[in-house]
Design a protein around this ligand. Structure first.
Ligand code: PLP
Length: 391
């Protein structure tokens, strides 16, 4: 067909060519290595003279199918899939930076990424500077002669701050930096960082891409030559995505578009319904006009996403009571699931920090993050309301 197909169609239809069994759904390639008919074929594969599979740490059809779909959805030249979101983040840093390089990094990033930057990059002599999400105008001042990469996440976890992707894109281009964006919260359905100048887009596929809380996975999509470096690092260091997880994730991408729009619809209903609730001090959702960066949300996102966060009037104690009173929402440290999930960072993920440290990273005492699922929105709202009454 000559017609350029829409990404939504490609997410459903792009798959491995079928085998002689003529299966409709792609089979799972559960094999650690691949056989060769002749010594010459094997030699040619090892000499990179063709794309033949050799060993599943290097490539596997199930993994490649998933990675290719992520690349298509992110409008990228190439993609590579790995075992988890953190494997994607770490491999990107390791493949593209070296001792003496400097990373310009947005302050509001996933906790695991903060640890990788501060504890591990530091150990390898890679410098870093944290910059604020809500004011990209100060970022340029922090660029040094050795700055190699600029890294951010938008919307951020869990405070839903937004970073202006286009502004950072201009800066990265002007100063010749590798521009990497963790697009986990928005997914390619709602936001394509490459449209705003990003070179690399990173995903924790564990979240919305799987969407049903089953498997861990990660992916990086972007410029061909950068992805090749990441591939070489992974092929030799081994953060390989299992074929089974890749097969699950590739299937999941077929329904990503429908799921994400329903998550957005439900989350907007939850946000609108609870914004004025007397037990809630403030509530944030990117597509509510009250969001401080609503204009940026509208500029770079097609929908507000599935996460809503709010601050309870009663602080930490109210947070615990709220969590205990929930009857439908799950208490689990994940997000992006068909089942709605609530979390209270101050008493869980960030409990080891002091109150002062928590506030510095935006974790207020009564902050609740809700990942709105695919249940009937009215039931989710009612559950949150009855729990608010008891908090
Ligand atoms: C969960 C998450 C990660 C890490 O992904 P894993 O699959 O858990 O390793 C990275 N970035 C963001 C924004 C996340 O939410």
């Amino acid at each position: 067909m000559t017609k350029q197909l829409h990404p939504q169609t490609l997410a459903v239809r792009s798959q491995m060519p079928h085998t002689y069994q003529m299966e409709h759904s792609t089979p799972l390639y559960l094999t650690s290595s691949f056989v060769f008919e002749t010594a010459e074929n094997m030699r040619a594969a090892f000499a990179d003279e063709n794309d033949d599979n050799i060993y599943s740490r290097y490539s596997n059809p199930s993994v490649d199918e998933f990675a290719n779909k992520v690349a298509i959805l992110e409008k990228a030249e190439a993609g590579f899939a790995v075992a988890s979101g953190m494997a994607a983040v770490f491999s990107t840093f390791m493949a593209l930076m070296k001792t003496g390089d400097h990373l310009l990094c947005c302050r509001s990033i996933f906790g695991g990424t903060v640890t990788v930057v501060t504890k591990f990059l530091d150990k390898f002599g890679i410098e870093y500077t944290f910059v604020p999400a809500d004011d990209t105008s100060v970022w340029e001042k922090e660029i040094k002669p050795n700055t190699k990469m600029v890294y951010l996440e938008t919307p951020t976890n869990p405070q839903l701050e937004l970073v202006d992707l286009g502004e950072v894109g201009k800066l990265a281009k002007k100063r010749n930096l590798i521009y990497a964006v963790d697009n986990c919260f928005a997914t390619p359905v709602l936001q394509n960082p490459i449209d705003f100048g990003a070179d690399l887009v990173i995903h924790s596929a564990t979240k919305w891409m799987d969407g049903q809380g089953r498997v861990l996975g990660g992916a990086v999509a972007g410029k061909k030559e950068l992805i090749h470096e990441i591939y070489l690092f992974c092929r030799n260091s081994g953060p390989t995505l299992s074929a089974f997880n890749a097969w699950v994730l590739s299937k999941s991408l077929e329904t990503l578009d429908v799921r994400i729009w329903r998550h957005c619809e439900n989350a907007l209903k939850v946000a609108e319904e609870l914004e004025k609730h007397p037990k809630i001090k403030w509530l944030k959702y990117p597509f509510l006009p009250s969001h401080p960066q609503y204009a940026i949300a509208k500029k770079q996102m097609k929908g507000g996403g599935g996460i809503v966060c709010f601050e309870l009037e009663g602080g930490v104690e109210a947070g615990r009571k709220f969590m205990d009173a929930l009857e439908i929402l799950s208490l689990t440290p994940n997000l992006g699931d068909s089942r709605s999930i609530a979390s209270h960072p101050a008493s869980t993920t960030h409990s080891k920090l002091s109150e002062k440290e928590r506030l510095a990273v935006g974790i207020t005492p009564g902050l609740i993050r809700v990942s709105v699922g695919l249940e009937y929105a009215g039931d989710v709202i009612d559950d949150i309301k009855q729990a608010l009454d008891k908090s």
